[in-house]
Design a protein around this ligand. Structure first.
Ligand code: NAP
Length: 296
């Protein structure tokens, strides 16, 4: 008889990451992927009930309140989902002797660095979303017996809602696009994040690398403006009406939530732990473009 496959609870099933994780782990695990109807992270009792019913051996917390600007108007709800729910999930994981992998963000940093951020660099979130995510990752680190926190950045996929799909849509509607050129970061294809999650879990659902925070974003750096131009080059479409991508500054495009100017994360720690190289953002974009073409 073979070993029992791990029982994995994935939150945020329809999100970019939840979707990719369910696909990536589905073949070799008993996956319970839940949307917010199946598990509402704003409801502490529901989290406890759900964990006690499913009894996962591994929890992948892919759900989050990700509406960065709206969070400025709904700080309590954002805090419940991003700050409190991870703590409850971590407590339940301990109760079940399970591990938890939680996801966090480059927005925990101030964004005024000039070198890629390391895991131990001081945090100083500049907006509500970042503050709530910081509370969540700290809770997991403090409470969970077995855990990983993956901080990532500028996540996109060929489905759902993200910068790449917004650019492709707007390029069909407008004559020119104006895109911020003075924010620097690393656009991360969600499949890379799913791959590196997979790489840290063995066939029994146990973590294969040491507990802690790890940065898992694309290697290399770019601006939103240069990323937009790269997207149009990677996914050509003769029907596009937009002929130019005009670089603008953050000051030209005010948003309710302040964004970090520089949020490049160093991937050295995860690369050393998994003995795998994280692909450059250009390579990741090519992967997503192929995925997009397949499903177009
Ligand atoms: N997207 C980025 O650029 C980015 C950057 C850095 C870090 N991250 C982090 O990466 C992780 C994955 O993000 P993502 O890009 O996959 O986000 P996403 O596509 O916005 O998905 C978030 C998921 O969370 C679910 N959700 C929201 N409120 C919920 C609630 N009360 N109860 C249960 N589920 C709820 C959403 O449900 P619905 O489908 O019903 O809306 C959605 O499925 C998150 O931890 C995020 O903070 C993301």
């Amino acid at each position: 008889m073979g070993a029992t496959p791990p029982r994995i609870l994935i939150t945020g099933k329809n999100g970019q990451l939840g979707w990719a994780l369910a696909r990536s782990f589905g073949a070799n695990a008993e996956v319970h992927a839940l949307d917010r109807n199946g598990l509402n992270l704003a409801d502490t009792d529901a989290i406890r009930r759900c964990c006690r019913e499913i009894k996962p051996t591994l929890i992948l917390n892919a759900a989050a309140y990700t509406a960065v600007d709206r969070a400025e108007q709904e700080p309590e709800l954002a805090m419940q989902i991003n700050g409190q729910a991870p703590r409850v999930l971590a407590e339940e994981a301990n109760r079940l002797d399970a591990a938890i992998i939680h996801y966090s963000t480059d927005y925990v940093f101030a964004g005024d660095a000039t070198e890629a951020y390391l895991e131990d660099d001081p945090t100083a979130p500049q907006n509500i979303y970042g503050k709530t995510k910081l509370v969540g990752e700290q809770a997991v680190c403090e409470v969970a017996d077995r855990f990983l926190v993956y901080r990532t950045s500028w996540v996109y996929a060929a489905r759902r809602q993200n910068f790449l799909l917004t650019m492709l849509r707007l390029a069909m509607e407008r004559d020119e696009l104006r895109v911020v050129a003075d924010q620097i970061g690393s656009p991360t294809w969600v499949e890379t994040l799913a791959d590196f999650t997979h790489a840290a879990v063995d066939a029994q659902g146990h973590l294969t690398i040491a507990d802690g925070i790890y940065h898992v974003s694309a290697n290399g750096r770019t601006s939103w403006h240069a990323f937009a131009e790269a997207i149009f080059a990677a996914i050509p479409d003769p029907r596009r009406t937009a002929k130019r991508v005009v670089p603008i500054s953050t000051a030209d495009f005010p948003t309710p939530a302040k964004r970090p100017a520089f949020s490049v994360l160093s991937n050295q720690k995860i690369e050393f732990a998994t003995k795998r190289r994280v692909p450059d953002w250009q390579e990741q974009l090519a992967g997503c473009a192929a995925d997009y073409a397949q499903n177009a």
